[in-house]
Design a binder for this molecule. Structure first.
Ligand code: WTA
Length: 650
């Protein structure tokens, strides 16, 4: 390895010894196998890893690219892959280790999981008439029943669409309508920081008026009082009582839809990212084995919420497909103090800890010395995801949490990629702080120049692209074929052929390692959560005093990026702070707390070109406190820039 500016940390030899991929030559051999005969590579692993009901006949059909088919002809069921096939060998092993906010613990074995999922599936079928292909919205706290619900859907071939519990009633309603959902599965609420919080009232508001939803299933968690709509609302505790714990798995085609997950893009409303059956589960399982190198005795904890893709792939589907023990946590990492995660690591002998840079920054800031108070010697692999990790946070994570012996896998991926695409492998890859390193074997990814479509040179910025279809790639945007093609395959061509563009910028370093530099579009990344500026602007525009608005991201110490809004009011308001509050209240109502603006500036106007396009680049620079160096003479009103600069930066 050549000399590099960033420090390099070698894998722990103790770990490498037993790792599935032990060194860089093994990594390279696998990647070469994929490059040299792509279909054989995938066919080999698909045969090895998946319990097929009927084998597939064609590995990859890309004749209708970007609408591709993987493992055509194959038949399988994801719940079988995650549960049934483990029952003979690890039926009494803990599948889900749940810890509640207040410290209550449940250990659910694979045998118990099988029963709960089958009963749940029977309930959906018998009581609500759910059939293959129906859409089920899940709006749930982090409790085991969320996983039961997901797996019950997959058991009977229903398509789940999980909506993160932090989204507002409006956001939930939009997603219910877009997917034309038949059932909503929710809970009364749950616990956070020792206190109950509510979800069911949000569902009630979302379902006001006419919707496609015929039944709401309510799981009791915090037992707080809720209102009940007769004929629509159903008690899980009641209905589950008399259900059989045997439910035959629906035989699914490889390309039958598995789930939808709505995510933000740069324009318009959130898109329902569609993942299909075989390719998704294969890659979820393979990345558990390669990127986390999870072993039979390991205890795997991913701190994400099941409402995000990370929770789908690395709390539920990946760990269970691998037969691992997966930890599910209801609470927040800083309650009762910032030692909570480390206490959990000690108590449950957690071996893998996977979280977001935001959480690491919070834990670092609020409890720098907390890791020292606990026995963290069980830890083997640490992971991060969701945004670039800054070197100070990385250093603390590596030294204080990992005791300088655990690999940090900086996993780069997206809702659309289904699983990791760029990441170190813990037993093989020398790592550098803040660097996602190399494509996971099987993923053909390159940083391309958006104009020429050529691979960029050392240190040059380009677009992070995946140039061959991969099994767990997005299969469509629900109900909008055109948007699917345009959003992901419209920007970059390599050798004249459209390739998948992630929306992220990236660079190579002298070792060929990839560093992700962040979004190139109008998507901001708040605490690792994707937020489209267009969505936030649409919410703000609902305030009657607002004439015009532009929203940009601004670096934020903890959240990575915060939201900065430039607003032009129709006329002056008496109390600007009250107006700011009212705007944030509208955002809370339309989207949820995660989209609240950190800064709101009432500007005299917005910098626009003569054709009326808002110059966001200028607004981003001002928000960052940078001097404006670009030519502004062609703006419709160049004087606006100085005025706004004055207001923001003095
Ligand atoms: C960003 C989360 C840098 C990126 C799994 C991507 C990252 C978006 C990393 C996807 C990383 C994710 N380093 N940036 N390791 N991982 N991102 O869909 O901008 O919620 O496009 O999926 O997060 O966010 P999403």
């Amino acid at each position: 390895m050549s000399e590099s500016k960033k420090p390099v940390f070698q894998p722990n030899p103790e770990f490498s010894k037993d790792a599935r991929i032990k060194n860089m030559s093994e990594y390279q051999a696998l990647q070469d196998e994929a490059i040299n005969d792509y279909e054989s590579f995938w066919s080999r692993f698909a045969k090895e890893k998946v319990d097929w009901i009927e084998p597939f006949t064609k590995t990859l059909d890309e004749s209708n690219f970007p609408f591709v088919k993987w493992f055509d002809g194959g038949k399988l069921n994801v719940s079988t892959q995650c549960i049934d096939r483990h029952l003979d060998t690890r039926g009494e092993k803990t599948a889900i280790l749940f810890e509640g906010d207040r410290g209550d613990i449940q250990k659910i074995t694979y045998n118990e999981l099988a029963k709960s999922v089958n009963k749940f599936a029977n309930l959906l079928k018998e009581d609500f008439g759910v059939k293959k292909g129906d859409r089920i919205v899940i709006y749930m706290p982090m409790i085991p029943e969320a996983a039961f619900a997901m797996l019950a859907c997959t058991r009977i071939g229903a398509i789940h669409s999980i909506v993160f519990g932090g989204f507002s009633a409006e956001a939930l309603k939009d997603r219910i309508i877009d997917a034309n959902a038949k059932v909503v599965i929710t809970a009364d609420g749950a616990f956070r920081k020792g206190k109950p919080y509510m979800l069911k009232p949000v569902v009630d508001t979302a379902l006001e008026g006419n919707t496609s939803v015929k039944n709401v299933l309510v799981i009791e968690r915090n037992k707080e009082e809720i209102t009940w709509v007769d004929g629509r609302d159903n008690s899980y505790a009641e209905l589950i009582k008399n259900k059989s714990d045997v439910c035959e798995a629906e035989v699914m085609d490889s390309e039958d839809p598995l789930f939808l997950l709505y995510t933000s893009g740069s324009t318009g409303k959130p898109k329902g990212v569609q993942h299909n059956t075989a390719g998704y589960i294969l890659w979820a399982q393979m990345t558990m084995e390669w990127v986390f190198d999870v072993k039979e005795e390991d205890v795997f904890w991913c701190t994400a919420d099941v409402g995000w893709i990370t929770g789908h792939t690395y709390i539920v589907y990946g760990p269970l497909a691998t037969g691992a023990t997966t930890v599910m946590f209801e609470g927040v990492p800083t309650y009762p103090d910032a030692g909570r995660p480390w206490k959990m690591v000690q108590e449950h002998k957690i071996t893998h800890f996977y979280t977001a840079p935001t959480a690491i920054r919070v834990l670092h800031k609020m409890g720098e010395d907390e890791p020292k108070k606990y026995d963290l010697s069980s830890l083997k692999v640490l992971g991060t995801v969701g945004e670039p990790i800054d070197p100070p946070a990385w250093k603390w994570y590596y030294e204080e949490v990992g005791n300088s012996k655990c690999a940090i896998v900086d996993t780069y991926w997206q809702t659309e990629t289904g699983g990791h695409v760029i990441s170190p492998l813990p037993g093989a890859t020398p790592i550098k702080p803040g660097c996602a390193t190399l494509p996971v074997p099987g993923i053909i990814a390159e940083i391309l120049d958006p104009i020429t479509g050529e691979k960029v040179g050392l240190g040059e910025s380009g677009y992070m692209c995946i140039t061959r279809p991969w099994p767990s790639m997005i299969r469509g945007v629900w109900g909008d074929e055109e948007r699917f093609v345009k959003a992901y395959f419209g920007d970059v061509k390599k050798d004249g052929k459209a390739v998948y563009f992630t929306g992220d910028g990236a660079k190579y370093d002298e070792d060929g390692y990839i560093t992700i530099t962040g979004r190139t579009d109008d998507v901001i990344n708040v605490s690792g959560h994707r937020m489209g500026t267009a969505e936030v602007e649409a919410a703000i525009n609902k305030d009657e005093n607002v004439a015009e608005v532009a929203v940009v991201g601004k670096p934020h110490e903890i959240k990575g990026e915060g939201i900065f809004a430039y607003i032009v009011l129709k006329s002056d308001v008496e109390d600007e702070d009250a107006e700011r509050k009212s705007i944030n209240n509208i955002i809370k109502k339309e989207i949820g707390n995660i989209a609240i603006c950190d800064d709101i500036i009432f500007a005299p106007g917005l910098p626009k070109t003569r054709s009326g396009k808002i110059m966001r680049r200028i607004l981003r620079s001002i928000a960052k406190g940078e001097k404006i160096t670009q030519d502004i003479s062609t703006l419709e009103d160049p004087s606006i820039v100085a005025k706004i600069e004055m207001m923001v930066n003095g």
